[in-house]
Design a protein around this ligand. Structure first.
Ligand SMILES: *[C@@H]1O[C@H](CO)[C@@H](O)[C@H](O)[C@H]1NC(C)=O
Ligand SMILES: *[C@@H]1O[C@H](CO)[C@@H](O)[C@H](O)[C@H]1NC(C)=O
Ligand SMILES: *[C@@H]1O[C@H](CO)[C@@H](O)[C@H](O)[C@H]1NC(C)=O
Ligand SMILES: *[C@@H]1O[C@H](CO)[C@@H](O)[C@H](O)[C@H]1NC(C)=O
Ligand SMILES: *[C@@H]1O[C@H](CO)[C@@H](O)[C@H](O)[C@H]1NC(C)=O
Length: 679
């Protein structure tokens, strides 16, 4: 299975604790969150399961007991190292009846039995059906036997009901108390070393009536590990930039969320920041900074999903024998309205544009003059019946990101209320997205993820872009290039008038954010045909081959640029296809450098460099024809406006503005959020 790789890496990397061992196949934590479905009367509840189990990571079917479990996303499960032998998080969903007991079992262990209960009736106080509370599943809880500790059980209720917690099971007995109102566990110290199962029921009550019966119930099970520890040392603490526990982040469709977590640990060095969160949550490698600080960056893109409306992200810093407090935050997926008929979003591949037509009859009291894209200087037009906007995928604040295996371009149309306190004025928020499925994304935007290397480099993509000299994102480096070797005196041949370009810059990008990683480009070949028959070399082992290619040096380690002199390369035809073999390199010692493939013999002292395997990136068709600006603008009047293309001279915009001629199938995505501000 795809998950095995990450799990075994952790298994090797972690030394075992002397006293506490978990039998393989334990469930270290589990939570069931429930939401009501409107349609299905026999199975009216959708249950969202989160289960932390010890390594080796079980397959999903082992956990969900022959049920019709639906894996939520084909992303590798999140993992953590402590307590050893480490753990992984599985999440899935299943439709269940309103009262249900889910029995989770791994191997021969006793089953963990989780009761959930929903109330489908309409509440007298709100005239709506109750929304059950949500409970967060934290990373496995570790306690030092001798030290008192508070462990918050993080809960939230979208109806703002009162929430109370109660024990269903408490193997720690007198050593562990639960404050039922605040849902906080208090460990008293002095328990024996070992693992203790605790099951807590989380229930919501109408705020007005504290004597009432609970409206609904959701369970959370924790297997708490009591370790010997090093006396009552000061545990690691989260600092400044880390979000406060209980923080709520509202997330629109296709929005990307970023969270930075920093922890300060004086007594022992932090070995991991353990994180639980929704499928697709990306966790960067931990960076160890100065002043005892360690940090990770989390990011998550909201794609189309059937996850719960409220998603928790919990984190705790582990050292070999200590654990920080556990914090959880919530991602609230904002619900969107259906779009009015006649709405149209087009992703225009060749123009690299998105265009929107939105009927506005349904939107009364909106200040149409205050509609903006991410970049407020890009124009949005409106008349009595429609709002229209056409904008560049490389400008107007359009963001480019990855969602699972898709490439996403997103922008947001929103109305900015001139005065924040205005009442009875609607706010329109319309996320716009173009999605390119991976199978189709075979152009320069081609993406390759590297599951095995995730722990070292993060999830990394590579792509190729082509720009005329002095154009594109690295324009400042290519207009007056600093070349690796001095350019040959070039003949008068270049001055010859031609409808083909003379020079083109090949950019090889990676999005690796690891500061010390270097992008290495191995061999690149070029061909007139897509299947790369009769391919000719552009680069050989990252070194320019022949005299038609020169490397332009940049100070950025995630991009390599090569200037191609098309005439000298003997490239025929109007179109070429390029394929490069790339890899990332990072050295284990800060002072080492990755060996430069072009300076001849590799340095034998750097044998312990970590080097990734090689990956192949292929471009789509790259047009080598000059296109004059007059013809471009005449064909697409609106393309003159995007700020990303302030071109003035002829024959410059064509390639620069078309780095992503992908030949992809575009998928259009739209959703709508209208907020009414009432007095
Ligand atoms: C996270 O840290 C990076 C720098 O490392 C910073 O650019 C970014 O703004 C931070 N993000 C948040 C959400 O704090
Ligand atoms: C408003 O713009 C839309 C879209 O461009 C167009 O179809 C419609 O005819 C226009 N309506 C009026 C009244 O001009
Ligand atoms: C916003 O508020 C200010 C003062 O409160 C007022 O003068 C101004 O006209 C308001 N603008 C709009 C567009 O309502
Ligand atoms: C690079 O892109 C991949 C998707 O292909 C994404 O998962 C990853 O988060 C990105 N890495 C960084 C460091 O932005
Ligand atoms: C370099 O360029 C010259 C003239 O364009 C050509 O004759 C020669 O073969 C080239 N050298 C190599 C090694 O490709």
């Amino acid at each position: 299975m795809k998950l095995d790789v990450g799990c075994s890496v952790w298994f090797l990397a972690v030394s075992l604790l002397p006293f506490v061992r978990i039998t393989a196949g334990s469930i270290l934590g589990a939570a069931v969150n429930i939401e009501l479905l409107d349609q299905d009367k026999s199975q009216p509840v959708r249950a969202h399961y989160s289960v932390v189990s010890s390594l080796p990571c079980p397959a999903l079917d082992e956990l969900c007991n022959g049920g019709d479990c639906k894996d939520q996303l084909s992303s590798s499960p999140l993992t953590g190292a402590l307590p050893s032998p480490g753990w992984c998080l599985h999440q899935w969903q299943k439709n269940i009846p309103e009262h249900h007991t889910s029995a989770l079992q791994l191997g021969s262990e006793g089953a963990v039995s989780l009761d959930s209960r929903a109330d489908l009736s309409v509440r007298a106080d709100t005239n709506r059906i109750n929304q059950p509370p949500s409970v967060a599943l934290p990373p496995p809880v570790r306690l030092q036997a001798a030290c008192p500790q508070e462990i918050p059980v993080n809960v939230m209720d979208l109806d703002e009901d009162e929430i109370r917690c109660r024990f269903k099971k408490n193997e720690l007995g007198e050593f562990l108390h639960l404050n039922e109102e605040t849902c906080t566990l208090l460990y008293e110290s002095r328990a024996g070393l070992g693992q203790y199962s605790v099951l807590i029921m989380v229930e919501d009550f109408p705020s007005s009536d504290s004597k009432a019966e609970p409206l609904s119930t959701v369970p959370v099970h924790l297997l708490i590990t009591v370790e010997s520890g090093a006396g009552c040392s000061v545990v690691p603490e989260f600092t400044g930039v880390s979000p406060a526990g209980g923080a709520v982040i509202h997330v629109l469709p296709f929005e990307e969320v970023h969270v930075n977590i920093t922890v300060d640990s004086r007594v022992q060095s932090v070995s991991e920041i353990a994180v639980t969160g929704p499928p697709g949550l990306f966790i960067s490698t931990m960076e160890i900074g100065q002043n005892f600080q360690s940090s990770v960056k989390l990011s998550w893109v909201r794609g189309p999903n059937q996850f719960a409306h409220l998603l928790s992200v919990c984190f705790a810093a582990n050292t070999q024998s200590l654990q920080s407090n556990i914090r959880c935050i919530w991602l609230q997926q904002m619900q969107t309205d259906p779009l009015p008929p006649g709405t149209e979003l087009k992703c225009k591949e060749h123009e690299l544009q998105m265009s929107l037509v939105l009927p506005i009859s349904f939107l009364e009291k909106l200040h149409f003059s205050a509609l903006q894209l991410n970049d407020p200087t890009c124009p949005v037009f409106y008349n009595l019946t429609h709002v229209t906007a056409t904008f560049s995928l490389t400008g107007c604040g359009t963001k480019r990101m990855h969602l699972g295996s898709e490439l996403l371009y997103t922008n947001t149309l929103r109305s900015i209320n001139p005065n924040s306190t205005i009442s009875r004025v609607a706010t329109l928020i319309l996320p716009l997205a173009c999605r390119i499925p991976a199978q189709q994304a075979k152009g320069p935007a081609f993406k390759i993820t590297i599951p095995e290397e995730v722990k070292t480099f993060g999830a990394v993509s590579f792509w190729l872009e082509f720009h005329l000299p002095g154009k594109g994102p690295m324009a400042s480096k290519t207009s007056l290039p600093h070349l690796r070797s001095s350019p040959r005196v070039r003949g008068a041949r270049e001055l010859r008038a031609s409808d083909r370009m003379d020079m083109l810059d090949l950019h090889v990008f990676s999005n690796c954010s690891l500061a010390r990683a270097e992008l290495m480009v191995g061999r690149c070949v070029e061909s007139e045909t897509e299947d790369l028959t009769n391919a000719r070399p552009l680069l050989n082992q990252g070194c320019v081959s022949g005299n038609g290619t020169l490397e332009i040096l940049t100070s950025t380690s995630t991009v390599r640029i090569f200037r191609l002199y098309l005439g000298d390369l003997g490239i025929k035809g109007d179109t070429m296809y390029v394929e490069c073999v790339v890899h990332l390199c990072v050295t284990t010692k800060q002072t080492d450098r990755c060996s430069d493939p072009c300076t001849g013999t590799p340095d034998p002292t750097i044998l312990d460099s970590i080097m990734t395997r090689s990956y192949t990136v292929r471009s789509g068709p790259v047009s080598l024809l000059k296109v004059t600006e007059t013809s471009t603008t005449a064909a697409k009047p609106q393309s003159a406006t995007p700020v990303a293309q302030p071109s003035t001279s002829q024959a410059t915009t064509s390639t620069a503005s078309r780095p992503l001629d992908t030949g992809a199938i575009w998928v259009v995505a739209l959703s709508l959020l209208v907020l009414m501000h009432l007095p």
